[in-house]
Design a protein around this ligand. Sequence first.
Ligand code: DCP
Ligand code: MG
Ligand code: MN
Length: 336
Amino acid sequence: KYEPDSRIHNPNNRTIEILQQMLDYYTRTADHWRVLAYRKAINALRRQPTKIVTRTQALSISGIGTRLADKIEEIVLTNRLRRLDNTNGTAEDLIIQEFLGVYGAGLSQASKWVAQGYRSLNDLREKAPLTKNQRIGVERYHDFAQRIPRKEVEAHGEIVRRAVQQVDRDIQVTIMGSYRRGALDSGDIDLMITKPKATLEQIRSLMIDTVVPQLFHNGFLQAGLATTSRQDGSKWHGASTIPGSNIWRRLDLLFVPGSEIGAALIYFTGNDIFNRSMRLLARKKGMCLNQKGLYTDVLRNGQAKLNSGRLVESRDEQRIFATLGVPWRPPEHRIC
Ligand code: DCP
Ligand code: MG
Ligand code: MN
């Protein structure tokens, strides 16, 4: 069985480390299929109790195909991967990769900056016309790039929980994302804000009108980066710091009506690949799973949905698994 700690003492650590560099490269260049293949292979390797040395051994593991098996053998034999030398390719690629780390900048924005002649974060900071959010992304680049220790994730959650419960004691604040999966550190802080008997609009207005301004006022929140519209406003993205620290952290708040807690728990726990496989499974069974619920009797014409189906479950996380016929998986095991 997979244990989160197995990554600390794993006979395949060196191989994983190098494959991870390839994965990072493909993540930066938004190469979706390779990201999936590398993630799968890395997770499969983590579960191996012995060191995988040959191509044949690698191929016998489910989740590892021929191309990755070749790479694994090469890494073990040479202690490196030639392909990585090319990924560190042209200077332009490197700059694009650096620009992709700016909050909110995708491949098209990063390439545009390079085409416009900007060569470094300093160029962007000093010469480029930036939107308000891009400026925050550039100024806080190194803050947002740092992993957040589990203890600090808890501290952010606690500050939000205290502020929320001063307004309404029945509102629940739950730390989601990689934290809920047991990660030792996280890329951002994901908080689900919900209340068993409340509607989305009740939670949203309480948060946006009262709690968020209060958290700005007391110095915890540093910037707002994105909010969804008033109609289906279910999220708030921004940055926060805990007292005594000057590192800005990315904070995501997800507002969830009581009736949708189960579906939101699944969605916001992830990881994204696990979510994708659950959704695919639902589709295969003529159902539809999204962050609001599990629907049945969904009629499709190819990709297009002809109706939205009938809601079967949304409040209870375990019942969604059961209805889909998937054995319960605790959050720590939802790593694909
Ligand atoms: N999510 C998803 N699909 C996406 C983005 C997110 O299903 N494209 C879901 C699954 C994620 C959760 O939302 O686990 C939170 O998203 P994050 O981007 O914060 O990812 P994690 O919390 O899993 O990892 P990290 O530690 O990098 O924040
Ligand atoms: Mg996260
Ligand atoms: Mn997030």
